[in-house]
Design a protein around this ligand. Structure first.
Ligand code: PA5
Length: 441
């Protein structure tokens, strides 16, 4: 039984079964292209069979390294940005304790996990340095290109700190590098210094890389079972390999969002009813935004956390401009549910739900919201996630990866490049006065 399922009941007033069926030939043809390894961006299809091709040897290597980190460190810092950051962050938040870093190591059986290199904030970095003072620290710098400025800056600062604190020899043992097989400054530095390195496959782009060492090493260091995560993704690799739209949840989701887009619904809001999904939404925003937002096209991916944002963005969603559709994410069962107590004087008037659980109330809040938004002209789907296990998240990651790849191809763009992200870099480096390399402008 899959732990991730898709319910499209609330889009039915907006699109018909015939319209979905009408897209099937296109989906089938595009699926054939994916299978044959052709079409735009075909050099970056390594993610497609990644779950089933991860070897026992590479899983063991990551697990052993994570064990070493756990034994020698109070703090583990994962340094990276974009696809080299969001998958691990999403997993730690989804599958870990809500207050992971607040718990003692004996309970989490893992070092505290922090992230750096995902911004250029001086305060963020200084505050992190405060937190790790006197702690045994290990770092994992992750960059496919090895040249991205944000992680390069953070790496320089932490490397310097480690070397000053423990000397070069010991620092070397606390630095783990995940980068390209042969190119980039990080690879060169690792060769010179002899850091333990992990390779990001050439044919896997950043936002599709959570199941490579990019995501797997930090996730394993945080004490989360990577085997379960991979198993979940494997199950979905099998489940979503059929080109038949109705029985392939990824293709059904891709078809529905494209039909809605063609009807003028150009913004998709991913609305989650569990705070642990916040960074899954951030991961999805990158996957969807970078894959589809090009050539003047693309669904704009937005997200809200509910019920929190029903008290802020809820108004806009219910009655604002009708250019949106919504995808809810709900989690079936909490790890531990809380019962509402009965109180004698019924202060607050909540005795009518005394004895019920918070999950029960959250579920009614979701149902009430989905109904209200549909009635307010917002087509909506729901992704149901059985629980907060790594396996369920593995399914969800792969569900979205295949869906967005298909969705981008349905849109007629290359879902695996991101030419637009270079524009700000050119301006920034010019403003920073970076020396221009010979032959480059
Ligand atoms: O999806 C992508 O390719 C990007 O978001 C990259 O992951 C991000 O820019 C970081 O790149 P790198 O891993 O080369 O430092």
């Amino acid at each position: 039984m899959p732990k991730v399922t898709l319910d499209i009941e609330n889009v039915k007033p907006f699109i018909t079964e015939e319209e979905i069926r009408g897209l099937e030939p296109e989906v089938k043809a595009l699926n054939e292209e994916l299978d044959r390894g052709t079409g735009p961006g075909s050099d970056f299809l390594g993610w497609l069979h990644l779950p089933s091709s991860i070897t026992e040897e590479s899983i063991k290597e990551i697990e052993q390294c994570a064990e070493e980190i756990k034994n020698t460190s109070d703090v583990f810092i994962s340094i990276g940005i974009g696809g080299s950051y969001l998958g691990a962050k999403a997993t730690v938040e989804f599958a870990g304790h809500s207050f992971f870093n607040e718990l003692p190591g004996e309970k989490t059986k893992a070092p505290r996990v922090y992230f750096a290199g995902q911004n250029i904030s001086s305060d963020y970095l200084s505050d992190l340095l405060d937190v790790i003072e006197d702690k045994r620290v290990s770092i994992n710098v992750i960059s496919k290109s090895g040249t991205t400025l944000e992680p390069a800056l953070a790496f320089r600062i932490f490397k310097d700190l480690l070397e000053k604190r423990w000397g070069k020899k010991e620092a070397r043992k606390r630095i783990f590098v995940t980068t390209d097989r042969e190119k980039g400054t990080l690879k060169r530095a690792s060769d010179v210094e002899g850091y333990k390195t992990f390779v990001i496959p050439d044919d896997v782009g950043g936002r599709y890389s959570v199941l490579t060492p990019v995501g797997l090493l930090p996730i394993a260091a945080a004490g989360i079972d990577i085997r379960e995560l991979i198993e979940g993704a494997r199950a979905f690799e099998r489940l979503t390999s059929t080109p038949e739209v109705p029985s392939n949840p990824s293709y059904l989701y891709a078809a529905v969002r494209n039909l809605l887009y063609r009807k003028g619904k150009s913004i998709e809001i991913l609305s989650s009813f569990h705070p642990s999904l916040h960074y899954v939404s951030e991961w999805w925003k990158q996957l969807s935004g970078e894959s589809e937002g090009k050539e003047g096209k693309g669904i704009y991916p937005a997200s809200v956390d509910l019920t929190t944002d029903l008290h802020s963005m809820g108004q806009w969603i219910q009655e604002g401009s009708r250019v949106i559709f919504e995808t809810f994410m709900v989690v079936g069962n909490s790890t531990r549910d809380v019962k509402i107590p009965f109180v004698e004087n019924d202060d607050g008037g909540l005795n009518y739900i005394a004895g019920k659980t918070l999950d029960y109330v959250n579920d009614r809040a979701y149902r009430g919201t989905a109904m209200a938004h549909k009635d307010g002209g917002v087509p909506n789907m729901t992704i149901k996630i059985a629980d907060r296990s790594p396996g369920a998240l593995g399914e969800l990651f792969y569900f979205f990866e295949r869906a967005i790849a298909m969705s981008g191809r349905l849109l007629g763009v290359n879902p695996f490049d991101q030419p637009g992200v270079e524009a700000y870099k050119r301006n920034m480096f010019k403003l920073l006065g970076r020396p221009v390399k010979k032959g480059k402008r």
